[in-house]
Design a protein around this ligand. Structure first.
Ligand code: GN1
Ligand code: MG
Length: 367
């Protein structure tokens, strides 16, 4: 990547003081840099992947709208969550387009923060749930139709399945023969996984403005284990709380990283599930309806299944979507998700019981 980052940052409305740029490895889509002044980190600079996010104007307007809604939500702020600020360009735009046609944006840096890849403690899971629940509350003032659709059908399992079949029949790089077991598993669960998509289609579950990319490392934590910010707002769009809950669980309750090559390390941690669910339900209780809460276990399975299918499709397509560090990286990620999915199938009754416990505790507290 050839852009001169000093040139890029000089287009934004900030002091021109000999910055240093540190490429960050989080995220599979955009390229992110931490911008340090000589003394301390000050900004987050991002090159937006415009092959994936085609409507940059819409995306950045969404971001501005979401940040504004969150900043105006007293509960969000009072509960200790910080809101990133967008630094505009010198000509007061939300992003900069460079000479090569690449798009850039600049955020303020949230101080004292770290991200967590593998969740090992229940109180961290609870905190994460609380933060994503508060986020749901914070964006509930936004009218769904006012947001641009940054990626159409983002969480449509049915569309993702069609794309998977397409990748399979094209077999662009001749990889299908080595993934027959994975293909068989995905096909065998397809009918079963249509339960939530059918309910969404028939209006059985409320449509809301949701985050849509609630992997756990999109939360920023303080050193003492408090969630202090929710980041990565690119896919905030109309959707379902089931997507946010499920996506957070596939990352938080996995005992391994999402690209752990040793599948024996991949397990489903029911205690983490329960702690996250408690935080999420408690903080968004006034919004969530019973139908949604009861479907949380099913949603965790659906998102894990779909994510496995997305990684496998990208492997079959020759790694055109997610950034990979080695040739079979997407296959490793797919297998982690399919393994986690199988573990979740076994623990479905335990997940349902956990949700039941949380609800009865909340009911007792209310009465
Ligand atoms: C991508 O780039 P990142 O890590 O924020 C993807 C998510 C996936 C995730 C898998 C726009 O998110 O949907 O869940 O990878 N984002 C997009 O870890 O496709
Ligand atoms: Mg993302």
């Amino acid at each position: 990547m050839g852009a001169d980052l000093t040139d890029i940052i000089s287009c934004f409305d900030c002091e021109p003081v000999g910055y240093r740029f540190l490429p960050l490895t989080v995220g599979h889509i955009n390229q992110t840099y931490r911008v340090n002044s000589p003394e301390k980190p000050l900004y987050i600079l991002q090159q937006i992947n415009h092959k994936i996010f085609r409507d940059i104007e819409g995306l950045m307007n969404n971001t501005e709208m979401v940040l504004k809604a969150l900043s105006g939500t007293m509960r969000y702020i009072n509960d200790g969550l910080k809101v990133q600020q967008l630094v505009k360009t010198r000509d007061a735009k939300l992003y900069h387009c460079d000479d090569s046609g690449n798009y850039w944006r600049l955020f303020s840096y949230i101080e004292g923060g770290k991200t967590i890849e593998t969740v090992r403690k229940n109180n961290i899971a609870y905190e994460g749930g609380r933060a994503f629940g508060l986020f749901l509350d914070g964006v509930s003032s936004i009218k769904p139709s006012s947001l641009a659709i940054t990626i159409p059908d983002f969480h449509s399992m049915l569309k993702r399945y069609s794309a998977f079949l397409e990748a399979l029949s094209t077999d662009a790089v001749g990889r299908s023969s080595e993934v027959q077991k994975e293909i068989a598993l995905i096909k065998s669960r397809y009918d079963r996984m249509q339960y939530i998509p059918n309910l969404l289609n028939t209006g059985g579950i409320p449509e809301r403005v949701v985050h849509n990319d609630t992997k756990f490392n999109n939360l920023i934590f303080s050193e003492n284990g408090k969630a202090i910010a929710v980041t990565d707002l690119d896919t905030v769009m109309p959707g379902s709380a089931l997507f946010d809950f499920g996506d957070a669980i596939r990352t938080a309750a996995n005992t391994a990283r999402e690209d752990e090559p040793n599948l024996q390390k991949v397990g489903f941690d029911i205690a983490i599930f329960e702690a996250f669910a408690a935080g999420y339900i408690e903080s968004a209780e006034h919004l969530l309806v019973d139908e949604e809460i009861q479907l949380f276990p099913e949603a965790a399975m659906l998102i894990t299944y779909t994510q496995g299918m997305r990684f496998l499709s990208d492997f079959l397509n020759g790694d055109t979507y997610y950034r990979v560090r080695y040739p079979r990286h997407n296959l490793v990620r797919a297998n982690v998700h399919l393994q986690l999915f199988r573990e979740m199938e076994k623990q479905m009754p335990a997940m349902r019981k956990a949700i039941g416990r949380i609800l009865s505790r909340l009911n007792i507290e209310k009465s």
